[in-house]
Design a protein around this ligand. Structure first.
Ligand SMILES: NC(=O)c1ccc[n+]([C@@H]2O[C@H](COP(=O)([O-])OP(=O)(O)OC[C@H]3O[C@@H](n4cnc5c(N)ncnc54)[C@H](OP(=O)(O)O)[C@@H]3O)[C@@H](O)[C@H]2O)c1
Length: 312
């Protein structure tokens, strides 16, 4: 079958190529999905760079897919052949077909198309789990950095709907325009311009962004540290906390560590989309032969929300 194959780590011109890969060999608890669309996540660009120690022999990218089950799981779990689904396999999804554990997929209603669904898994599950980590939000002030990305759009809409006053940080007003429609109370183009204090900070840019955002936290507030999009490490000064964020807590966040199966959160996301309460922002839609271009756009901060590729 055809599949997107990883290039040599560090090759920014050809990070991936469309080539041939073996058919999936599903375990008993896995269904085979014919992929119609998939999305690209920033973490996968790090994997392609070799920047994360998460490549293994035979690894191919692909965590977010939508399509149709063409072979039900042999153990009888999950949907029947012919069911439209969205799924979150650990890899191999940028392909014509992929095997997925039936706990890691959710059925799609006719009203949710494959392109929309493919934008949901990693960014949407992360948003749900981030907000659970943040705790109750009604009436609370929330600052989110890197808000123009895939996670940021979902977090903003869900937090605002929960009653939070969300301040979103984006590089330009254009990159944040949709966030205001989704319920953000305020848009700023630099953390320094955000008028604190905030009860919760959701930080994923790293470098100078984290200390600047931390300084906006109220005493005893919570900073959830969920990424480092800039790839620049963070330096903190203990004494800066006394200037405002005294007794602040920093929680390191990894969406994969929750006990819950991805399928439950995927079903919740699908329900929200079908009910008109979650609106995936898909800044790039292309045929999968142009996956390398989508990766270049993501790296170049030219994608608003998610990037989705269609298969075939
Ligand atoms: N911990 C976890 O479990 C988990 C799960 C999912 C994602 N993540 C991480 O969380 C972050 C957000 O994920 P995402 O999928 O929303 O990523 P994304 O779509 O690439 O969005 C990241 C945003 O960060 C901003 N940014 C600021 N400085 C940047 C820089 N120097 N380089 C690149 N981007 C920069 C960009 O917005 P502007 O251009 O508007 O500034 C960009 O839109 C990523 O770092 C990702 O790796 C972590």
């Amino acid at each position: 079958m055809k599949a997107i194959l990883p290039g040599t780590p560090g090759d920014t011109v050809k990070p991936v190529v469309l080539g041939e890969a073996p058919e999936p060999e599903p375990a008993a608890h896995e269904a085979v999905v014919a992929v119609e669309a998939f999305s690209v996540n920033r973490g996968e660009t790090f994997q392609l760079d070799g920047g994360l120690d998460r490549r293994w022999a035979g690894w191919r990218p692909g965590k977010d897919v939508a399509g149709t089950v063409i072979r039900a799981a042999a153990d009888g779990s999950g949907p029947a052949s012919g069911t439209r689904v969205v799924a979150h396999p650990p890899a191999y999804g940028w392909a014509e077909r992929v095997a997925v554990a039936t706990t890691d997929l959710a059925e799609l209603p006719d009203t949710v198309d494959a392109v929309t669904a493919a934008a949901l898994p990693l960014a949407g599950i992360t948003a749900l789990r981030l907000l659970r980590t943040a705790g109750p939000l009604p009436g609370r002030r929330v600052l989110i950095t890197g808000a123009s990305g895939g996670v940021g759009h979902y977090v903003t809409e869900l937090a605002a709907a929960s009653g939070a006053a969300v301040t979103a940080v984006t590089a330009t007003a254009e990159r944040g325009a949709k966030l205001l429609e989704l319920g953000a109370a305020e848009l700023v183009t630099s953390v320094e311009d955000a008028a604190g204090p905030y009860d919760v900070v959701l930080e994923s840019v790293g470098g100078a962004s984290l200390p600047a955002a931390l300084a906006k936290l109220s005493p005893g507030g919570l900073l959830v540290w969920f990424g480092q999009a800039s790839r620049e490490p963070v330096t903190l000064n203990f004494f800066d906390f006394f200037k405002g964020a005294n007794q602040a807590r920093i929680a390191h966040f990894d969406y994969t560590t929750s006990d819950a199966a991805y399928g439950q959160d995927l079903a919740a996301l699908v329900r929200l989309v079908a009910g008109g309460r979650l609106h995936p922002e898909i800044g790039v839609i292309r045929g999968w032969a142009r996956t390398a271009d989508a990766i270049a756009d993501l790296r170049g901060r030219r994608v608003r929300g998610n990037a989705v590729l269609t298969v075939g």
